[in-house]
Design a protein around this ligand. Sequence first.
Ligand SMILES: C[S@@+](CC[C@H](N)C(=O)[O-])C[C@H]1O[C@@H](n2cnc3c(N)ncnc32)[C@H](O)[C@@H]1O
Length: 251
Amino acid sequence: MKIEYTEEDVIRANRDIYDQLDPKEYEKRTDGIFHPKRQKQFKSILLSLKPERPDGALLDIGCGTGNICRLAKGIFPDRYGIDISHVQLKELKKKDTEILLCQTEAGQLPFKGNLMDCCTCCSVLHHLHSHKELFQEVYRVLRLGGYLYTDHDPNYYFHRIFRLYLVLRKVNVHSPGAIAEYHQFRGGLNPDRLAELLYRVGFRDVKITYRVSENPELTFFAKAVLRIFNLITKVLPIKTFYSHFFIIAQK
Ligand SMILES: C[S@@+](CC[C@H](N)C(=O)[O-])C[C@H]1O[C@@H](n2cnc3c(N)ncnc32)[C@H](O)[C@@H]1O
């Protein structure tokens, strides 16, 4: 029997998981995000989104311990972060007192006007049940010409194959951790569908970039498969061989 989860189930699973997760442990074990090479990539993308105005504002949605909003220091003078986990926010508060934080859900952004130059979601979209509300909210709080930058989400085209690996490893897709990683264990996110949705919400330019994860925390087998896929993409740049993608959409 197929078990369906509601939006509330997925939100609750995320809140529980991230309130129980030691923030230091999260950073230590998430090399795919906190590896210096990845940090450099994030920073150069943030620099490319820097507004010309001197008082640019960035909102990091699902900021966790502040990966993106901390990297944005010196690029965006005003930085905001929202997350549903008070434990992760507490850690971020200790690391950087200049970021204004709010504990709230991604689909309800606590801002009245359109004052953001950039909204970011790193490793967050695949934790959500659906994306329409979030994209509408991001569109609402962005200034005209502002950007939504999403990164570190599992690519559906790749996960059609990766699912086989999950089945072979007998990964339990009904554990609270797997429900929190909602789309990671349900075949990844379809970047083309997300782009369609972003256009429907009103964004005028949506660019998808595919990439292969070089995540050092993976098993030897998974790393070997990704290496091979990475080599194949040099000759055959087809969507199926890229494990992850990022999107930059302009209002
Ligand atoms: C994998 S972590 C990513 C954290 C951070 N963006 C980073 O790059 O390290 C996912 C984060 O999304 C948050 N989150 C999950 N569902 C959320 C929701 N519905 N609304 C707001 N935050 C959410 C979690 O609490 C967690 O901090």
